[in-house]
Write a protein that binds this ligand. Structure first.
Ligand SMILES: [Zn+2]
Length: 250
């Protein structure tokens, strides 16, 4: 699978990532505790991230979880939505560069390995769904692409069909302000009655729902997606690749 990835190029800058010997201190910044040679995910990182790029990643570290005011939905983000992450996410989203999906999944799995292992068989991952029209335009759901890989690495079931976006919403980035964004998304999501796994089963098995998205700014999309799940009495948290939220504001 993905033979191209055998070529040892950095997926961040496209230059050679041939001779990478990351020191423990360099990996610690990413949250990697064990520098074991037989860790396939670490091997991937070494092959596809050069030393310079690793040191420049806009990681939210050590604090990368927060709750927005007046909610108790815990959100975790690995990166600030800054370069080169911004460019890489856009390239993945608009040109469907699957190598980047793989890079994001590997890095998120490595950095939060303990989190994923703690939730092994104790959670389900639910990517934020797109509306039908947007899905048709884009051809794929960028959140699902990454979430399915992480689910595979961590043995957590991915349920891309648990939620449905019941109406098309304008692009959040086109909304003028927070209030407009909120109105745009109010009650945009509902539980899919035809989902492979029912919310009743998730509740009976006491599983946590990990909502997954590529980027969050105000958190409104995540709150709205969490709403129908919380109404069913489920435990919900959220994980995103990157955020524009400023940790220092807290
Ligand atoms: Zn590089």
């Amino acid at each position: 699978m993905l033979n191209f990835l055998q070529a040892e190029n950095c997926l961040v800058c496209n230059l050679s990532a041939g001779n990478n010997f990351f020191r423990q201190s360099e990996l610690l910044r990413l949250g990697v505790l064990e520098n074991r040679k037989d860790n396939q995910h670490l091997l991937f990182l070494k092959r596809h991230t050069c030393k310079d790029c690793l040191s420049r990643l806009p990681l939210l570290f050590p604090k990368n979880t927060w709750c927005f005011d007046h909610t108790d939905l815990e959100i975790r983000a690995l990166f600030s939505y800054k370069e080169p992450i911004k460019r890489m996410l856009l390239s993945y989203k608009f040109y469907h560069n699957i190598y980047l999906a793989n890079w994001f999944a590997e890095v998120m799995f490595l950095a939060w390995q303990q989190f994923w292992l703690d939730h092994r068989k104790q959670a389900v991952i639910v990517p934020i769904p797109l509306g039908k029209k947007r899905l048709k335009q884009r051809g794929f759901n960028q959140a699902t692409g990454i979430a399915e890989l992480i689910a595979d690495f961590s043995e957590i079931t991915c349920l891309p069909d648990l939620l449905i976006r019941q109406r098309e919403t304008s692009r959040q980035t086109e909304m003028r302000n927070r209030a407009a964004r909120h109105t745009n998304l109010r009650d945009a999501f509902k539980i899919n009655p035809e989902s492979d796994v029912s919310t009743l089963k998730i509740k009976q098995e006491n599983l946590t729902v990990i909502l997954f998205d590529d980027v969050t700014t105000t958190g409104i999309t995540l709150f709205e997606a969490a709403k129908p799940l919380l109404n069913q009495g489920l435990q919900v948290c959220a994980a995103v690749v990157a955020t524009e939220h400023q940790m220092s504001d807290l």
